[in-house]
Design a protein around this ligand. Structure first.
Ligand SMILES: [Fe+2]
Length: 289
């Protein structure tokens, strides 16, 4: 008999870990880090859910039960269904995302997955945000920072100005960053430049990275290691042909994601960072169509 975790008592559907004061990482009961997990950032007035994920769990009820008296809002790091699908649970709340994210969410709903995944109706209109915008939670502000989108063109990252948490979505995480954005010049050189620009913007303000996959938080120092990883690739050190990991598929070719994985894809590991990239898309010049 299969078990539906959605039927479990609400408070058993997630565990939560305190990342910083009033800053929570929620771990869904499936305990699968290949699935994205939400964070909740609590201000005087609002509890902000960063990435609602696609966990088949009652996230809304869990947040209402554990953060009583707070209005709710949602911030999406990018458009991908495993980060945005549960937005439907918060249709009556402000839902922040970029213009490209909104375009991509709408497009994905016009092309439903054959297996029924991510099939909830699009029942909300988002609040479009961009670089420099501030989300005010009451006594706590979240700054939206451009990250030009190497995992997804729709990406934006969020900096908590009170405790220095940086919410990056899949542009920066501890398992592997997939350089796969279909729009724009998603090469290693751009990713390196994004990381360097971000490092300058957050200098003295960020203390940790809070990604949705493969563990949160990570000390902010990891950003330097990621920049080094990019520079290693740009200097000619080719990553491994075996791109697998336990959250990116157990065969040497990882998951087959919409044509992203092919014979040119490599995995570069360096000081606790991993980048999965196309060896023919290293520099800007490689991406000039
Ligand atoms: Fe993603």
């Amino acid at each position: 008999m299969s078990v539906s975790f959605r039927d479990w008592p609400v408070n058993k559907q997630f565990m939560r870990r305190l990342v910083k004061p009033d800053t929570w990482y929620l771990q869904g009961v499936t305990m699968d880090n290949a699935q994205s997990q939400p964070h909740v950032v609590v201000g005087d007035e609002y509890a902000l859910i960063i990435d609602t994920t696609d966990l088949d769990l009652d996230l809304r009820a869990y947040v209402e039960e554990n953060f009583p008296g707070k209005k709710l809002a949602v911030a999406c790091t990018h458009s991908h269904g495993d980060h945005t699908e549960n937005n439907y649970q918060f249709a009556d709340c402000p839902i922040y995302m970029t213009q490209i994210a909104w375009e991509e969410v709408q497009a994905s709903k016009k092309n439903p997955r054959p297996n029924g995944q991510w099939s909830h109706p699009l029942n909300y209109e988002p609040v479009i945000i961009g670089d420099g915008d501030i989300i005010d939670l009451g006594g706590r502000q979240i700054e939206c920072l451009k990250f030009a989108g190497c995992h997804s063109a729709s990406s934006i990252v969020y900096l908590d100005l009170k405790y220095g948490c940086l919410f990056t979505g899949d542009e920066f995480e501890g398992g592997q960053v997939l350089i796969m954005g279909a729009r724009g010049n998603n090469c290693i050189e751009l990713y390196r430049d994004n990381c360097v620009a971000l490092k300058e913007k957050i200098a003295g303000r960020a203390t940790c990275v809070c990604p949705p996959h493969n563990g949160s938080p990570i000390d902010i120092q990891i950003l330097d290691n990621m920049i080094e990883n990019c520079e290693q690739i740009m200097a000619g050190r080719e990553g491994m042909e075996d791109i697998r990991s336990f959250t990116f598929g157990l065969n040497p070719h990882g998951y087959a994601i919409g044509g992203f994985v092919n014979d040119d894809v490599r995995r570069s590991e360096w000081k606790g960072t991993s980048i999965v990239y196309n060896k023919k898309r290293i520099f800007y010049k490689d991406c000039e169509a």
